[in-house]
Design a protein around this ligand. Structure first.
Ligand SMILES: [Zn+2]
Length: 400
């Protein structure tokens, strides 16, 4: 099927339970409604959705594909008692993992796409020990799949920035060699130099015209102090809407007036947050934050890497985990978790929203569920993954 062939998807279930036909043309949804009485329009291909529910395609707003072992042999993980243990264990493990970055990250991207992922923001290690090899590898994997997936590459100083001489120069170079976003990491907890790291990040972001995405694991009170300083610098630099703080465990600790004050500060400064709902890690109170106008998106984080044996790059599963970890119970709460994954992610990556309305990009999945809340709980593998109106995967496997 050529990319722009009109396709009529018949018997598609909508979020409000109706069965409709959905016509796509030129990459967009061109009609949604009852089956035309005079049959499908001339020249279009027909796909019977068989009553499957249409969901906007999910977005993975935070993933580390360069670290994954996906597609390779099992990796046994070393015990770790601190962030520093995990970082050092990761470096040691990397030398034992077979397969190039492009092969491993490409295998993970294929699985993600086959389970519906429309786009991902990939945090990729930049450090003197690796140079820019991981950025080049992930970029190559992404370029080879440009018709299946949008990928933003974040140059991520996993081993430290100002505390690891040579890293700043590599980060700057990476922006001309495949990275789209500049990353940071715990200015206090890892670098021990808040202003040193933030001076570099904000100065470079303004000069190079790139967004920032800063990992912040530090708890309170250090975490909120850093977040407050990031917000101040964001507004000073005119970078509202261009700065993300990932994990932001410190925000998960907050309640009541403290949560309200921090959420207002983030919303006013145009700072987005990502959360991954992992294991015992703190998870952001997504409903409260979005209620204050904070943009929140979700991601896989590490997938089957030296950090974690878990993860699968499947963002419908991630919506389920987010719902489970945030104690979602009502239909509205379950739907809100899917919205974080689909709409939050699309907004964070600057993608045009796909809400299954006429004129929207025809990026959606068709799943065996009667409603969005049921899909979040059941985690069905998509029967069809549709990108730009073209079926690119069926039943968890790529078809192109
Ligand atoms: Zn991360």
């Amino acid at each position: 099927m050529a990319p722009h062939t009109p396709v009529l998807f018949t018997a598609v279930r909508t979020a409000d339970g109706r069965l409709v036909d959905l016509l796509t043309a030129d990459g967009r949804i061109s009609a949604v409604g009852p089956a035309p009485s005079d049959g499908p329009p001339a020249g279009c291909v027909t796909v019977d959705a068989g009553g499957a529910l249409a969901l906007p395609s999910p977005v993975d707003a935070h993933i580390h594909p360069d670290k994954t072992t996906w597609g390779g042999p099992w990796l046994s993980r070393e015990p770790a008692h601190s962030l520093r243990d995990l970082i050092e264990g990761d470096v040691r493990a990397r030398s034992r993992v077979p397969g190039s970055v492009a092969e491993r990250s490409g295998a993970l991207m294929d699985t993600a796409v086959a389970h519906g992922t429309r786009a991902m923001r990939a945090h990729v290690d930049v450090a003197p020990v690796y140079g820019l090899s991981a950025v080049h590898g992930v970029r190559a994997a992404a370029d080879a799949r440009a018709d299946l997936l949008d990928v933003q590459v974040v140059a991520f100083p996993q081993l430290g920035l100002v505390s690891r001489p040579g890293t700043a120069e590599l980060l700057t170079r990476s922006l001309a060699e495949g990275a789209d976003v500049l990353g940071g990491l715990d200015p206090v907890g890892v670098d021990g130099d808040r202003d040193g790291q933030l001076d570099f990040l904000f100065g470079t972001a303004v000069r190079a015209g790139v967004p920032l995405d800063i990992h912040l694991h530090d708890g309170n009170p250090d975490g909120v102090r850093q977040l407050t300083e990031i917000a101040r610098r964001t507004v000073d630099a005119g970078l509202e809407g261009r700065v993300t703080v990932s994990h932001a465990f410190c925000v998960a600790d907050l309640t009541g007036d403290e949560l309200a004050a921090t959420a207002r500060l983030l919303a006013e400064s145009g700072i987005a947050l990502t959360t991954c709902a992992l294991g015992a890690d703190p998870v952001l109170p997504t409903a409260a934050l979005t209620g204050y106008g904070v943009l929140v998106a979700a991601g896989s984080d590490g997938v089957r890497d030296a950090w974690s044996p878990f993860g699968d790059g499947n963002m419908i599963n991630r919506a389920h985990l987010l719902a489970y970890r945030t104690d979602a119970r009502t239909d509205d709460e379950l739907v809100a978790c899917y919205d974080v994954v689909a709409q939050g992610g699309a907004a964070l990556l600057g993608l045009e929203p796909s809400r299954l309305a006429v004129g929207d990009p025809a990026d959606f999945v068709l799943v065996g569920a009667a409603s969005v809340p049921e899909a979040v709980v059941d985690r069905p593998v998509p029967r069809f993954v549709v990108r730009g109106g073209r079926v690119i995967a069926r039943d968890g496997r790529l078809t192109v």
